[in-house]
Design a protein around this ligand. Sequence first.
Ligand code: FES
Length: 113
Amino acid sequence: MTETWRMVARVGDVKPNDVIAVVVDGTEMVVGRDGDRYFATQRRCVHRGGDLAEGIVSRGHLICPQHAWRFSTETGCQAEASEFCLATYRVRVVGDRIEVDPSPQMGQPRSKS
Ligand code: FES
């Protein structure tokens, strides 16, 4: 399988606990920084379409600005009701380049165990 990585930003473009909007191959996404880890999700909230680029990152969650649903920055799934998941995208850092694989990964609810 061929991997397709796209540069979306430089490391300094994404501040800790922040998100930025990016467009990759015509798909709107957000790229965020959770501590030292970067993540990417779809831009529009699965609840009512809130703009997650206006959201905040806190303690492993991306919080929607509209109604404060919290989505795991690891799985993309809502913290309180894991059947609601954002599409996520793989992210890697190469030098100072943040790159995204535009193939969506569907959220995987965390194990309850
Ligand atoms: S639109 Fe995101 S929580 Fe309602």
